[in-house]
Design a binder for this molecule. Structure first.
Ligand code: ADP
Ligand code: MG
Length: 260
């Protein structure tokens, strides 16, 4: 361990199809930390995650564990950072086992085949996430909560220490939301993972994150511990929402209230 932060973003500007999307974003995530990125639809949360994951060019703006992102080759980056996209593509006809095995791609030599160690790694991850019984099932036939666990399993099979999760719970009911977030937190504690997650549900985000970053119109509008970011003033201004913030056991609870 070098003590370098897991993620360091400095003055990140991103344009997509010539449209500027991010305007000088700064973000630091310490190793082992859970940081939640919140913000209204279209604020640039997914774009920020994609840039951190190396899916968008961001020369000079991003370092991962002290190494400039552009210095990492594709396969090396895949061993450092794993991304679960907002709505991952589910390949037709693919089994859960084969899907999770895709996470081992960075370890398979070019033109080679996966080794016994790769297969064992997949089995271990499936067992750890209670997915052993689903190994032969076609991924497309799983429920939303089961599928979300499989997406996580693929990211874990990759062996990366930094997890980028883009709205990991938005398709799930509250029970499965909690289950997935508890699982991520347990993995974080047991395996020293770092988590950077965009989240829609503000109360849930505040319960799990050490720190939050509020993104609005491509800029960081606020950053800090949940109690500093989840305020009625900031949320009403940036979401144009009428909310009450109540003290909760594990962080502020955000309740939408009908405007008077
Ligand atoms: P969020 O995840 O916060 O909802 P996104 O990062 O997905 O926001 O999108 C931020 C903005 O970038 C949105 O206004 C969206 O329409 C725009 N955008 C996303 N992809 C493209 C693209 N390929 N070309 C132009 N604009 C895009
Ligand atoms: Mg998004």
């Amino acid at each position: 361990m070098t003590g370098a932060p897991a993620v360091e973003v400095r003055n990140l500007h991103v344009s997509l199809d010539k449209a500027p999307i991010l305007f000088g974003v700064d973000l630091t995530v310490a190793a082992g930390e859970w940081v939640a990125v919140i913000g209204p639809n279209g604020a640039g949360k997914s774009t920020l995650l994609r840039a951190v994951g190396g899916l968008l060019p961001a020369p000079g703006a991003i370092s991962l564990f002290g190494t400039p992102s552009e210095a990492l080759r594709r396969r090396d980056r895949a061993r450092v950072v794993a991304t679960v996209a907002q709505s991952p593509v589910v390949p037709a006809g693919m089994s859960v086992f084969d899907y999770v095995l895709l996470g081992r791609t960075p370890y398979v030599p070019p033109l080679g085949r996966e080794s016994a160690a790769d297969l064992a790694a997949v089995r271990e991850v499936l067992d750890r996430l209670d997915l052993g019984g689903f190994a032969r099932r076609e991924l497309a036939t799983l429920s939303g909560g089961e599928r979300q666990r499989v997406f996580l399993a693929r990211a874990l099979a990759q062996g990366a220490t930094l997890l980028l999760l883009d709205e990991p719970t938005s398709a799930l009911d509250i029970g499965h939301q909690q289950e997935v977030l508890e699982l991520v937190d347990q993995l974080r504690r047991e395996h020293g993972l770092t988590v950077l997650a965009t989240m829609h549900d503000l109360s849930l985000a505040g319960e799990y994150a050490d720190r939050m970053v509020l993104l609005a119109a491509g800029r960081v509008a606020a950053a800090g511990p949940p109690r500093d970011v989840l305020t009625e003033e900031l949320l009403s201004r940036h979401y144009r929402a009428s909310v009450r913030v109540l003290p909760g056991e594990h962080g502020p609870l955000v309740v939408p209230v009908r405007p008077r």
